[in-house]
Structures are given as structure tokens and as C-alpha cells.
Write a protein of this length. Structure first.
Length: 280
């Protein structure tokens, strides 16, 4: 499903023996760098999750006054992740286009169905990135985006081997829209991490969604509707859930599309202000 703009997070805390002591401390005092005394209270819960979270946050570097990017290790990981993801989606698009040109849209699932299922499943890592603060993206939004696509690949196209789903043209348009959108998105983040932003890529990032988002989300909705008869035969309760989800798609599409339009306006406004300052 749709994606929202991500910005790299600045990690608020580091993990050290001093921080570990703070987990166990209840109250204390510390001296300000200028000599003034301030009351300090620490009541952090000591748990394995907290320790793991602190360790991962440390990788992104401690917060020291001015904003910083991620540590070198995190930046390397995110760079490799983004470029590898762009490559994977590029390969998926190649399989899709090759199949359509050599046969027809009815064979698209046979050509790239399993590939897109695996590639999309890897996006679960993005939920972890958001949870541990490696990227500055709302966790709930990320979960919704990733889970909605996982529903399509694992809950619709994979389990229900019926022509109404796998041979429908909406599968081809859905995967095509996903591929182009994700290639642009991952390349955008990848180049941003290495400090380079090609003008053509920025243009694609903030303009392609006009077509790709409605095509992708609309195709998802069609496939979900197409699967309802098979889902009902499988389980009535699951069918009811799918009906509810299908009903949420139209308002969800409008909300996310509006959000993306807002992001585009912010970008264009920032770009214009930057140009004005340079001229001044």
C-alpha cells in the first residue's frame, strides 16, 4: 500500500554502563556543566526488551545538542537495505514485463507471484526500523502499510489459486504499480543516505504517486473483492473480516492520497524557500 515520507531518526539515548545503572536507579542528583544543581529522577523498567532497544538505539549514536544523522554502522545498513530492496523490486518488474510481453496478463502470477511475495515479506524489517528508531516514521502507519500488502500476497493471491484472482488483470497492474513505486522510493532513500539526490529521482518521487497510488491501491481493492467468494467458502468469519477491510479501502485511499499531496506541497514549499534564500 501507500508509503509516507521517511526521515532518518536521531537516537535519543546511548547504551553504556552508566545507562545500565540508570535502569536500576530510583532517584539521584547531577551537576549541570555550569555548576548548577538539578533534581533528577530515573524510573526506567529493567527488561530484556529495554536492553535490546537501548543497544540498537546506540548504533544510531547519542543525541548531543545539535541534530545528527545515524551512526556509520546504521547508515551503512540502511544504505545496503535500500539499494538491495530497489534491486529486488527491479528484478520483480523485469519478470512481470517479460511475462506480459511474451504471453499475457493471465500468466503474471506464474511469472512473478512467488517473487513478489518474498520481496514484499522482507518489508517486515521496516516495522522493526520504525520500532527501534532507525528511521523517523510512525510505527502504526508503517504497520498498516506493510500489513495491507502482506494481506494481498499471503491472504489473497497465495492461498486462493483461482482464476478470478491470479489471472485477473488487477494482479498485473497492482504488482506493476508496487514495483515502480518501490524502486523510486528505495532509490530515493538510498541516494539520500549517501548524500546525493538526482533531480530526476526527486521529480519521480513527488510526482509518480499521482498515478501509481490510485492504480496500486485500486488494484488491491479489486483483488480483495475478487477473492471474497473463495474466502467465504473457506471461513465465514474471515469473509466478514475481508468485507470490512474492503469497505475501509475507499476512505483509506482518500486519506492517504490527501496525506501524500500534503507531503508534496511541503516539499515544493521548502524547495521554493530554499531557492529564494539562495537568490537573496
Amino acid at each position: 500500500m501507500p508509503d509516507v515520507d521517511q526521515k532518518l531518526a536521531v537516537c535519543p539515548v546511548g547504551f553504556s554502563s552508566r545507562k545500565l545503572v540508570m535502569h536500576l536507579a530510583v532517584k539521584g542528583k547531577f551537576m549541570h556543566s555550569h555548576g548548577s544543581q538539578h533534581a533528577f529522577t530515573a524510573s526506567w523498567a529493567f527488561s530484556p526488551f529495554t536492553l535490546v532497544n537501548d543497544f540498537i538505539l546506540t548504533m544510531a549514536g547519542p543525541k548531543e545538542g545539535a541534530k545528527r544523522g545515524p551512526s556509520a554502522l546504521v547508515q551503512l545498513y540502511l544504505t545496503l537495505y535500500n539499494f538491495a530492496s530497489a534491486t529486488a523490486w527491479g528484478f520483480t518488474l523485469f519478470l512481470l514485463v517479460k511475462s506480459v510481453l511474451e504471453t499475457n496478463v493471465k500468466q503474471s502470477y506464474d511469472a512473478c507471484g512467488w517473487t513478489v511475495t518474498v520481496v514484499q515479506s522482507v518489508a517486515i524489517l521496516e516495522v522493526l526500523h520504525a520500532i527501534f528508531g532507525l528511521v523517523k516514521t510512525p510505527v502504526v502507519t508503517t504497520v498498516i502499510q506493510v500489513s495491507s500488502r502482506l494481506l494481498l500476497v499471503w491472504g489473497v493471491t497465495y492461498p486462493f489459486n483461482i482464476p478470478e484472482v491470479r489471472e485477473h488483470w488487477a494482479f498485473t497492474t497492482m504488482v506493476g504499480a508496487w514495483c515502480v513505486a518501490e524502486i523510486v522510493r528505495y532509490l530515493y532513500y538510498g541516494f539520500n543516505l549517501v548524500g546525493s539526490q538526482p533531480a530526476w529521482l526527486i521529480w519521480c518521487r513527488y510526482n509518480f504517486f499521482f498515478i501509481l497510488y490510485p492504480v496500486g491501491a485500486g488494484s488491491e481493492w479489486i483483488l480483495l473483492i475478487q477473492s471474497l467468494s473463495a474466502v467465504r467458502q473457506f471461513d465465514e468469519r474471515l469473509w466478514a473480516l475481508y468485507v470490512i477491510i474492503a469497505g475501509l479501502y475507499p476512505p483509506g485511499l482518500f486519506k492517504m492520497y490527501s496525506h501524500m499531496m500534503g507531503q508534496r506541497r511541503k516539499y515544493l514549499k521548502g524547495t521554493q524557500e530554499s531557492k529564494t534564500k539562495k537568490r537573496a
